[in-house]
Design a protein around this ligand. Sequence first.
Ligand SMILES: O=C(O)c1ccccc1NCC(=O)[C@H](O)[C@H](O)COP(=O)(O)O
Length: 214
Amino acid sequence: MKRTRVKICGITRQEDAWAAIDAGADALGFVFYATSPRAVTASQAQAIMKTLPPYISKVGLFVNAAAAEVQQVVAETSLDCLQFHGDEAADYCEKFNLPYYKAIRVKPELNLIQCELDFASASALLLDTFSEKAVGGTGQTFDWTLIPAGMQKPVILAGGLNPDNVTQALQQVQPYAVDVSGGVEAQKGIKSQEKITAFMQLVMQQDAIRNRAV
Ligand SMILES: O=C(O)c1ccccc1NCC(=O)[C@H](O)[C@H](O)COP(=O)(O)O
């Protein structure tokens, strides 16, 4: 029985965290990147994290942050995992004694098999949309045919997913997990309970169809 994991990223409010958990999400993302409209401080994030039940993964997102900044956030929060969304190298990502995902902003000329080798220590690769305008949270999809068959690491599909396109994404890519932020928002930084629920139901529906077929 296969199940697609779901991370809801860009959590800024306790009620949004709980809307995601109640709908069945596996992981919550907290953005520690000051220029993002979804940015939280360590103390804001920890105030939310301490209300969460067990078995929900708390992921801290950083973009080219100084190592000391990451260390401080790790010390002040109960993060389970780190997500590096900038140009970080593997030896930097490995410094923090926590599992990490490396976000790769996909472009046609990029060799994703080489990325898996470059980030051999990563728990997963998170494939997101490349944009000149923003490092992440673009709300735009990328060309999923650029993902090669036979990737060895778990693939977390991100970038512009929403209730209108997640079914097609799951059918086409069959990723280990999907990651969504803007597609389940009412406005930037504020999640919509209805959109989260719709998104989760579609993922579960697709999993049920896939499991019936095998
Ligand atoms: O959300 C942001 O503002 C952000 C800023 C800088 C780097 C990454 C950022 N977000 C990444 C995510 O929320 C997700 O991991 C993923 O990229 C999905 O975003 P979206 O396209 O909005 O679904």
